[in-house]
Design a protein around this ligand. Structure first.
Ligand code: PLP
Length: 368
């Protein structure tokens, strides 16, 4: 069947486990014998309440989320959180200042959005290119900052933090949209974590926010009610109609992650899969070039050029065309950087990655 012939290496929305799609298909018209679809179910019905509660329970279990954190399911995407975070947290301290670590396109966007609501301090000298994480010893953290923000995995540039940054006890806020549940994390180290679902844990429409309870209640008066964490938490994410179907898909994906060994297993597989591709790159005698310094390389999104660091457009087109002919889709780099990008989220299997690695080795052999 077509599902098993095509491999989706897209950066997001991204591949879902086929079993999740098939389960959703089976239940689409008649959810668990109720005679209606989740798509047409009241968000206040007991049946949807079960879906919402199970999704939260699974998340708490998979990430070992401490009791004093709220889990919210919100609309507005990751970009909505670029606004919601300063709107809710920038006045935690009188300074109305926030520290940002900017390691790629997404943290840059978040910092720009925050400037609308307060002062933004980029803690390091501006990077000439997003190919590394600036040395933490050079960070100029402001002790008066309300929080420190970073993006755990930069989806466009393929730069990933391998450890939680040391921010000297400040309140840490992280965008984990593109590496959420690809590894275990110690939630207690964070004030807030957010993640759009459409890469590792579901489809577009829902964004998870995990926020420490004592940080609720500081929203600026201009904060739109739907973005106010305290109000959303007080209403169990039901202040307004939540993205019901996207939450349901997340429930199915979280069950799949649990049945496949949880975050620890996802991490083992991520290490294995990403090494398979980085090894081909590093052993290609310069035909494939990854611009990111080794210790900041992402396990999730692997950007590379073909020919040289600037990329030979003819070779790159040939690579993409041949890959597509073999059923390997969405390998084109982000429009802002070009080149190739292979995204290896949880649903992408070791076999999928082996096919790509094999194709890359063959491409190398026929071009050198
Ligand atoms: N943060 C990261 C790391 C992303 O990769 C993206 C989108 O790809 C976003 C934020 C923005 O998410 P959204 O498009 O849901 O607003």
């Amino acid at each position: 069947d077509i599902i098993s012939q095509v491999i989706n290496f897209g950066a997001g929305p991204a591949k879902l486990p086929p079993s999740v799609l098939l389960d959703a298909q089976k239940e689409l018209v008649n959810y668990k014998g109720l005679g209606i679809s989740v798509l047409e179910m009241s968000h206040r019905s007991s049946d949807f309440t079960k879906i919402l509660n199970t999704t939260e329970k699974l998340l708490r279990e998979l990430l070992d989320i401490p009791e004093n954190y709220k889990v919210l399911f919100l609309q507005g995407g990751g970009s909505g959180q670029f606004s919601a975070i300063p709107l809710n947290l920038i006045s935690l301290k009188e300074s109305k200042c926030a520290d940002y670590i900017v390691t790629g396109a997404w943290s840059a966007k978040a910092a720009k959005e925050a400037e609308k609501y307060g002062k933004v301090n980029i803690v390091h000298p501006k990077l000439a290119s997003y190919t590394e994480i600036p040395d933490p010893n050079t960070w100029n953290l402001n002790p008066e900052a309300s929080y420190v923000y970073y993006c755990a995995n930069e989806t466009v540039h393929g730069v990933e933090f391998q450890n939680i940054p040391d921010v000297k006890g400040a309140i840490l806020v992280s965008d984990m949209s593109s590496n959420f549940l690809s590894r275990p994390i110690d939630v207690s180290k964070f004030g807030l974590i957010f993640a759009g679902a459409q890469k590792n844990v579901g489809c577009a429409g829902v964004t998870v926010v995990i926020v420490r309870e004592d940080l609720l209640g500081f929203a600026l008066k201009e904060c739109p009610t739907v973005l106010d964490y305290k109000i959303q938490a007080g209403n169990g994410s039901l202040y307004n109609t939540p993205p019901c179907f996207s939450i349901y898909i997340m429930e199915l994906v979280l069950e799949w992650i649990k049945n496949n060994g949880g975050a620890a297993c996802m991490e083992k597989l991520s290490i294995l899969k990403s090494e398979m591709i980085y090894n081909v790159i590093d052993e290609s005698n310069g035909l494939f070039v990854c611009p990111v310094e080794k210790k900041s390389r992402s396990r999730m999104n692997i950007p590379f050029r073909i020919g040289d660091i600037k990329g030979d457009s003819k070779l790159e087109k040939e690579f993409l065309d041949k890959a597509a002919a073999l059923g390997m889709l969405s390998l084109k780099g982000h429009r802002s950087v070009g080149g190739i990008r292979a995204s290896l989220y949880n649903a992408v299997t070791v076999d999928d990655v082996e096919k790509l690695a094999e194709f890359m080795r063959h491409f190398k052999d026929t071009h050198q």
